[in-house]
Unconditional design. Structure first.
Length: 403
């Protein structure tokens, strides 16, 4: 049987046991968790007080009691761990270096605009013209007098293979007007010439990263009709006369003023209109060219320069004026047409020759100029008396270069 003291001890232990259970049971509200160290201290103090009251105590009994107490008291552990202290600053993202634009290539050109001759401009065959581009130095190197404009491809149109770009300098970012003298081709059609630049080291460059060319583009219209009117141009010709042999250099041995009068014994050249022809018909405008009033006299006219185009030919009629009564006179001459290339008399060539006496009919002429295509020439009209020059009222009617 238990003694009263043991009974008390047992009651204490049971109370402590249920107390510990109560502390660990879940509740609706969160209850602070008792400090296990404090519980242990209370139990130890209670036991110590009980042992002290046992005057005759049995010290051996205290050991199992303490062991039982310590093994049965639940120890609540409160999580007091704080988040780990950061011992070093968190890594920060390294800012990326700002990108700087890559340096522009040394030599590069940018097209700004066509100053003259926009694409598709119509220019007559053989007509000289000037093309002007406005270009910008979009590279990093300065253009100097060692830079050149060069013909790259396409239709050259008499452009030089290369020419100096500037006599000064063109710094990066600056603009320059670039000019080149050209000549429209002789044949109708569309034409395009491509150009680039070349630096002082001989490197060729063009527009942008692909080094594309800049260009001139024109249209030569298909023009027909009269290209050069000998009657209209007669006032611009140089006239002279003399006696054979014919002096083409003068021209003539003596000067003959254009426009008459038609009584001059040195001969004359003038336009007449509504006069009677050897055919009996009344004329429109005709060019009368009377040779010097001497046997084997002549008159010669040197015309302004003309560039021969594709398909050009000379067409017209030659003959005589009638006498005042409408009948044919005794006129007898030789009509001739010559040309020189430019003013080079060494190239003088006779295109045609027609001997004609007054017989009541005009003589038609038709001369191909295919062999002279692209050449700049001067035409010479000649009338030479076959013996006497009396009544040699020689006329040229509807004479022109046709196409």
């Amino acid at each position: 049987m238990f003694s009263p003291r043991n009974h008390k001890l047992t009651a204490v232990l049971v109370s402590l046991f249920f107390l510990s259970l109560a502390c660990n049971m879940p509740g609706r509200e969160s209850t602070p968790t008792p400090d296990p160290g404090a519980l242990y201290t209370v139990a130890a103090l209670t036991l110590e007080a009980l042992m002290t009251q046992d005057a005759g105590g049995n010290p051996q009994a205290t050991q199992p009691v303490i062991a039982t107490l310590t093994s049965q008291i639940p120890i609540a552990v409160t999580n007091t761990l704080s988040p780990p202290t950061q011992t070093s600053n968190p890594p920060t993202s390294t800012p990326k270096p700002s990108l700087t634009p890559s340096q522009a290539p040394c030599d590069r050109v940018e097209f700004v605009k066509d100053v003259t001759i926009e694409d598709g401009t119509e220019i007559d065959a053989g007509e000289p013209f000037e093309k002007v581009w406005r270009l910008k130095n979009s590279g990093s190197c300065t253009w100097t007098s060692g830079y050149n404009l060069i013909f790259d491809s396409g239709d050259q149109m008499d452009a030089p293979d290369h020419q100096q770009l500037t006599t000064g300098t063109v710094s990066p970012g600056q603009e320059i007007d670039v000019k080149v003298a050209l000549v429209a081709p002789d044949d109708p059609g569309e034409y395009r010439g491509n150009f680039k630049l070349r630096n002082s080291d001989g490197a060729v460059f063009g527009l942008g990263a692909q080094s594309k060319p800049f260009w001139v583009e024109i249209v030569v219209p298909d023009v027909g009709g009269v290209m050069f009117d000998f009657l209209a141009q007669a006032k611009n010709a140089d006239w002279g006369s003399g006696v054979e042999p014919i002096n083409f250099a003068g021209p003539g041995h003596i000067d003959v003023p254009y426009g008459g009068p038609d009584t001059s014994t040195d001969g004359f050249a003038m336009i007449k209109d509504a006069v009677k022809l050897e055919t009996g018909k009344t004329s429109g405008k005709i060019l009368e060219t009377h040779p010097k009033w001497e046997d084997n006299g002549y008159i010669v006219g040197k015309y302004p320069a003309y560039k021969v185009g594709s398909g050009d030919y000379i067409k017209g009629q030659v003959g005589f004026l009638a006498k005042s009564d409408g009948t044919c006179g005794v006129g007898d001459v030789t009509f001739e047409i010559h040309y020189t290339k430019g003013d080079d008399l060494g190239t003088r060539t006779r295109l045609g020759k027609w001997s004609k006496a007054c017989n009541g009919q005009l003589l038609s002429i038709n001369l191909s100029l295919d062999a002279l295509k692209g050449e700049t020439v001067r035409f010479y009209l000649v009338v030479l008396a076959n013996g006497s020059s009396d009544q040699d009222w020689a006329i040229w009617s509807s004479l022109g270069v046709m196409r």
